[in-house]
Design a protein around this ligand. Structure first.
Ligand SMILES: Nc1ncnc2c1ncn2[C@@H]1O[C@H](COP(=O)(O)OP(=O)(O)O)[C@@H](O)[C@H]1O
Ligand SMILES: [Mg+2]
Length: 316
């Protein structure tokens, strides 16, 4: 489609010496102006996918285009239209905060005056002006992350890639970064991010591809993915024993049960219809002779979707 900023066709990566592909026949389209998320557990192939799209990893098969440019044939051109925030801190420690931005502009072919103005502007936008002359050593994790985002969008890329942008950030810095990415997106920036945090994908992304073992298992808006579970409520019951017995009793007697799952001493039930769910659950447990230690209700999350697709938890 003309409005697609990224297209992949049968994109595949098999690392040398590995017998299973890290990325396996991936077909993706990322539209201009959206925040697109690759959500999946460790080893799902998120970084490899991002690596191919940012030309750091050479695919084994298939094709990938960024802004219509083939990543294998024209890696240098693809770099020009991409902004990259990788998992590591890639700031230049020999340079000041301001210089990290300025020299990025020069490296990307921008003139001195334009680069100076853009560096000043972005330090302002990202609340880093005070630190312009400081060494990057002086920055906290959250500030360093902000500087990396500022640097990544410095040359006005068609797409901004972020690989696990908030892994290791404190909750406050994480929220701040979410706000900043949302703001950039409001101004039109297309964003592709990888994450294993379902809340991050849910909050930030217009569409999410859920990945595992190099495959996309589902791809849609967070709301549509959650609706696809068929449940509107997730009931979590903690017991000290007889979890399996409680699960079958609930499946039989509670009504509206879409699925049950027992993991250790926790029974999770996906339910349609939340009316008086808590007292009804207690009733069923009592009739089944199972003692309930704790009980909670929540809405379905992307975690629910992931469990339904894979039988395992995203967090594991
Ligand atoms: N350079 C590499 N050499 C060999 N195997 C790799 C390399 N990088 C990643 N892998 C393997 O490829 C799979 C996908 O990894 P990765 O793309 O890093 O996943 P994610 O970012 O979702 O955690 C994993 O099984 C990982 O061990
Ligand atoms: Mg990764």
């Amino acid at each position: 489609m003309a409005d697609d900023v990224i297209v992949t066709e049968g994109l595949t990566k098999v690392y040398e010496g590995m017998d299973v592909p890290a990325v396996d026949h991936l077909d993706l389209e990322v539209r201009a102006g959206e925040v697109f998320g690759l959500l999946g557990p460790n080893g799902a192939g998120k970084t490899t996918t991002a690596g191919i799209l940012t030309t750091r990893v050479v695919p084994t098969a298939g094709r990938a285009y960024v802004a219509g440019i083939d990543v294998v044939r024209h890696p240098a051109l693809v770099k020009q239209v991409s902004g990259i925030v990788s998992q590591q801190n890639t700031l230049d420690r020999q340079l000041t905060v301001w210089e990290n931005l300025y020299f990025h502009g020069r490296l990307f072919g921008m003139g001195g005056r334009d680069s100076r103005a853009r560096a000043d502007e972005l330090l302002e936008t990202f609340s880093l002006s005070k630190w312009a002359k400081a060494s990057v050593y002086a920055l906290s994790g959250g500030m360093a992350q902000r500087l990396m985002v500022a640097r990544a969008i410095f040359h006005r890329p068609a797409v901004l890639f972020l690989d696990e942008p908030t892994a290791g950030l404190d909750p406050q810095s994480r929220l701040a970064l979410w706000g900043m990415l949302a703001e950039l997106n409001r101004e039109g920036q297309t964003v592709v991010l990888t994450t294993h945090y379902m809340e991050e994908a849910d909050q930030l992304c217009d569409r999410v591809a859920i990945m595992d073992h190099g495959h996309v298992l589902a791809l849609d808006t967070p709301d549509a993915l959650k609706r696809s579970t068929g449940a509107d409520t997730i009931l979590t019951v903690k017991v000290d024993r007889d979890g399996e017995r409680l699960a079958s009793a609930l499946a039989r007697d509670l009504g509206g049960v879409v699925s049950t799952r027992v993991a250790g001493d926790v029974v999770t039930v996906q339910v349609r219809g939340a009316e008086r769910l808590v007292p009804r659950t207690v009733d069923v447990a009592e009739s089944a002779g199972v003692a309930v230690l704790d009980l909670a209700v929540a809405e379905p999350s992307l975690e629910t979707v992931f469990i339904n697709l894979t039988g395992k938890e995203l967090r594991e």
